[in-house]
Design a protein around this ligand. Sequence first.
Ligand code: C2E
Ligand code: CA
Ligand code: CA
Ligand code: CA
Length: 279
Amino acid sequence: AKNNGRNNYCFFSHEMRRSSEEQMMISTHLRHAIAREELSLYYQPKIDIDRSKIIGAEALLRWHSKDLGSISPEIFIPLAEQSGLINDLGNWVLQTACQEAMEWEKRYGEKLHVSVNISPQQFRTGILFEAVENALSLSGLPPERLELEITESLLLQDSDEPLALLRALHENRIRLALDDFGTGYSSLSYLRRFPLQVLKIDRSFISGLTVDQSSCALVDAIIAMAHSLELELVAEGVENENELTFLRQRGVEIIQGYFFSPPLPVEKFRTLLSEKEET
Ligand code: C2E
Ligand code: CA
Ligand code: CA
Ligand code: CA
């Protein structure tokens, strides 16, 4: 779990130094985080650039431990994955996110989709499908407004199980997005095997756009690939106008990143939607 191809350099060194006792302590506290109501979801808007409109949001888990303080998901998600706790956390995230997406519709008439990150471990247990159906029926959210963000490592597994589960979800009209795209071993042929609707270009390429040619070439290749497979493309980690201009010129329509907004606590995200309504 230490290397998911993510570029969080400083975090890596922190985690390496974290002793196993410390990791154990964090896991122990995490076990009670749901019951102690220490978890929350932040929502980061996804923007359609041409229409300057929020079309959806990614739900990102936050943990403020009463004993340990705030702990980054880059630290506690891998621990939850190792300990099996990710299933309980993941189910909580699914339910909370679907309920919140329904609130946006009830309060502001906004039919946004909500994206939820799913760990490969959640596929292994076979309870994911039930958890998704449960979250949808409890909230009343139409399935096409729930998007699951999965990572390339899931698609590379030897087992056929992930593929079968992804197909079942797809048949039930749930949207499937491939997260952190470009950091793994994707090839055109295996992308076609899976019922994906969305590719999210990893932010490491976006931040390279204005500094190196190879990132530009890679992003161009990813855009061409997405277009030929008729996949929706989301650029994540867009932090400035230059990156936005580059992406817009090449026909990328949906962006996510600090340039428009960081992930926001529920109340702030709602405020954003209520302001949109007035203008
Ligand atoms: P991710 O799914 O790739 O999420 C995007 C991360 O990039 C988020 O970090 C977000 O805050 C950050 N980000 C967004 N825009 C920008 C930008 O413009 N610049 C920069 N530098 N960063 C940006 P966060 O919230 O710390 O989450 C880290 C990772 O933890 C996520 O990466 C995801 O893999 C995992 N994670 C978070 N919540 C959940 C969850 O509910 N379930 C699972 N399984 N994983 C989660
Ligand atoms: Ca994600
Ligand atoms: Ca990502
Ligand atoms: Ca990532």
